[in-house]
Design a protein. Structure first.
Length: 327
């Protein structure tokens, strides 16, 4: 267990220290407005707090957020990183695909929660990342910009610098980052298709997501890689990144994921299947979903980079077992 004094010592080591200069074009702007322009990696609300606390100064002076810029002033941010609840470093092994000064790319295993939440206060990817690199404490959510569900495996990218965090968030918002998954779904689907259906909170079960008219736009595209008797091995690509998107979309078209405990009723027998095949399907302990490939523009070089994570052993074994029941 890490003590409070140790936590504060670590935070002090990772202080945010950035200096920027106001130009003539900034004349007349409010201090908090200019701070949002010069320090875009932080929310305006957070910058306002730092102005009020004196951690963000103008020419060495602590001023009000409403101070009007004359042009030429030097803004200095010298602040403790924002604390995210009780997220502490923990020595949890990471399967690292790639690491450099700006990004960390990992292959997330099944069972690993991405960040602390109700019921998962520690033992998460965020705890592991803080142990791997204590400097991540200076970044929002320790550099995590997207997530995979607890029992979904595969490739994830984490920002390791402020410029990387900004770039990755912008790429996600612009739908520039490409993500390709492999999935095993119940039923024999069309050879390819597109699901264009908005996703939001389920109207009766707030812990679930659903296709709802008032939801956010969501598009998933799929193609069949192999067909088994009553099961489709799919490649799925996303044009958006809604919570549980693939799981919800495939359930919506009548092909829930094998093993999905929320959207797939994994223990329910699939009609017209041999008993041995039903046992294989009902025995798979998680949703059969793997993030295989991730492509993005590298925040430092500006070049497209591609990362892949091989199928996990449990899905390889499942595919081998299904191979005896080709459609």
């Amino acid at each position: 267990m890490i003590t409070e004094s140790a936590r504060l010592k670590q935070s002090e080591t990772n202080r945010i220290r950035i200096t920027a200069k106001a130009g003539p074009e900034h004349t007349g702007m409010r201090l908090d407005q200019l701070a949002a322009v010069l320090f875009p990696d932080f929310s305006r609300a957070r910058l306002q707090k730092w102005v009020r606390s004196g951690e963000l100064t103008v020419d060495g002076q602590a001023l009000k957020t409403t101070y009007r810029i004359s042009g030429g002033e030097t803004l200095r941010l010298d602040a403790l990183p924002e604390r995210h609840g009780e997220v502490l470093p923990q020595d949890i092994a990471l399967d690292i695909i790639h690491v450099d000064d700006d990004i960390i790319v990992i292959n997330k295993p099944a069972g690993l929660v991405v960040h602390p939440a109700a019921g998962h206060r520690d033992g998460t990817l965020q705890n592991a990342l803080l142990h791997f690199d204590s400097g991540l404490a200076t970044l929002p959510r320790s550099g995590i910009v997207h997530r995979l569900d607890k029992d979904t495996t595969g490739v994830m990218v984490v920002a390791r610098s402020l410029r990387a965090h900004t770039s990755l968030v912008e790429q996600l918002q612009a739908r520039q980052m490409s993500r390709v998954y492999e999935a095993l779904a119940k039923g024999e689907t069309n050879m390819s298709g597109t699901v264009d259906a908005p996703i939001g909170r389920h109207p009766r079960d707030r812990k679930r997501m659903a296709v709802v008219a008032a939801g956010k736009p969501a598009i998933s595209r799929f193609r069949v890689m192999r067909r088994f008797q009553g099961i489709s091995h799919l490649e799925v690509s996303l044009e958006s990144g809604r919570t549980h998107q693939i799981r919800v979309h495939l359930q919506h078209i009548g092909h829930p994921l094998v093993g999905d405990p929320v959207y797939g009723k994994p223990r329910k027998a699939v009609k017209d299947m041999p008993e041995a095949l039903r046992e294989i399907i009902s025995g798979f302990p998680r949703q059969a979903l793997h993030a295989r490939r991730l492509s993005l523009v590298h925040p430092a070089s500006g070049e497209w980079v591609f990362f892949q994570a091989p199928l996990p052993a449990d899905m390889i074994m499942l595919l081998a077992a299904l191979g005896r029941y080709m459609a």
